[in-house]
Design a protein around this ligand. Structure first.
Ligand code: NAP
Length: 246
C-alpha cells in the first residue's frame, strides 16, 4: 500500500494500519514541514517527480493499491495520483473530509483564490488573521493598508513580502478558548481560511462566528475523478477488498 499523507486522515489511517501486521504500507510526505510528527509505519519523504515519477515508484515498489489522504487543497498531488495510478494499473481511493458547511451566524465571503481573498478585505484598513497556509502570502502585498497576523507551522519563505505583519508559529489542533483569546488580543476583524473541513482547525471558524468576525473562505479546488471516502472504517474495508491474492 502507498498512503499519500500530510493530513490528519493520513495520520489516523497510518495508526490503524500499524495495528494490522498483514498490511505492508508506506506513508509518503511531501516534506513541507521541517519536523513532521513521528510515523507509526515506514515513511518516505519528498516529491516523486510528477505523475511519471509516481507511476515509476508504484511499479518499482510493486504497490497494489494507493490511498490519497493528502490535504483537500493539495490538488497537484491528487491529480498526479489519479494519472499515475491509471498508468500503472493501481487501485486508488481518496480519503478526505467533507468541507465545513456554513452555519447560522457565519459571516462568510467565499473566494476562489488568495488574490481574491486579499481584495475581499476591501479598502478600509483592517486586521486580518491569515491561516490559509505558508504559500501565496505574497498576494497580500497588493493590500498594504491592512495589518496582518500570520499563523504557520514553520516560518514561511514569503513572510517578508507581507506588509505590517506579525508571525505566530503554532501547529494545530487549536482549542476554541485559545482562538477566542488570540482573535480578541490581536483585535482581528477578518479571518482568511481554507475550507479544509475536519475538526483540527475548526475552532477558529467557531470563534469568528461567536465574535461576529468576517471569514474570507477559500473554496476547495475541484475534486478528483476517483472513488472518495470520508470514513476510516470504510477505507479499511476498501483496503481489505484490494488485498492481492495470497
Ligand atoms: P500539492 O501542491 O498538491 O503538491 C506539490 C508537490 O509536492 C507534488 O506535485 C508532489 O511533488 C509533492 N507532494 C505533495 N504531497 C506529497 C506527498 N504526500 N508525498 C510526496 N510528495 C508529495 O501539495 P501542497 O498543497 O504543496 O501540499 C504539500 C503537502 O502538505 C501535501 O502532502 C498535503 O497533504 C500537505 N498539506 C497541504 C495543505 C494545503 O493547504 N495545501 C495543508 C496541510 C497539509 P512531485 O510532483 O515531485 O511528486
Amino acid at each position: 500500500m502507498l498512503i499519500l499523507g500530510g493530513s490528519s486522515e493520513a495520520a489516523a489511517l497510518a495508526r490503524r494500519i500499524a495495528g494490522e501486521p498483514e498490511i505492508e504500507a508506506t506513508l509518503s510526505l511531501a516534506g513541507a514541514t521541517a519536523s513532521p510528527a513521528p510515523a507509526p509505519i515506514p515513511l518516505r519523504i519528498g516529491g516523486f517527480g510528477g505523475a511519471v515519477g509516481l507511476a515509476a515508484y508504484l511499479q518499482s515498489e510493486r504497490i497494489d493499491a494507493a490511498v490519497d489522504a493528502t490535504h483537500p487543497f493539495a490538488s497537484r498531488m491528487s491529480m498526479n495520483a489519479v494519472a499515475a495510478c491509471r498508468q500503472a494499473g493501481v487501485a486508488l481511493v481518496v480519503f478526505t473530509r467533507p468541507p465545513w458547511p456554513r452555519e447560522p451566524g457565519d459571516l462568510w465571503t467565499e473566494v476562489g483564490t488568495v488574490e481574491e481573498a486579499a481584495d475581499a478585505l476591501g479598502e478600509r484598513p483592517r486586521t486580518a488573521f491569515l491561516t490559509q497556509g505558508r504559500r501565496q502570502l505574497a498576494a497580500f502585498a497588493r493590500a498594504p493598508q491592512h495589518r496582518y497576523v500570520v499563523r504557520a507551522i514553520d516560518p514561511p519563505a514569503e513572510i517578508e513580502l507581507v506588509p505590517n505583519c506579525k508571525l505566530i508559529l503554532a501547529r494545530g489542533p487549536f482549542m476554541l478558548a485559545n482562538e477566542l483569546k488570540l482573535m480578541q488580543r490581536e483585535r482581528i476583524d477578518a479571518l482568511i481560511a481554507k475550507n479544509s473541513g475536519g475538526s483540527a482547525t475548526y475552532a477558529k471558524i467557531e470563534a469568528a462566528r461567536m465574535l461576529g468576525i468576517e471569514v474570507v473562505m477559500l473554496r476547495r479546488p475541484p475534486a478528483q475523478e476517483a472513488e472518495t471516502l470520508d470514513d476510516l472504517d470504510a477505507v479499511m474495508a476498501w483496503i481489505a477488498s484490494h488485498r492481492p491474492p495470497p
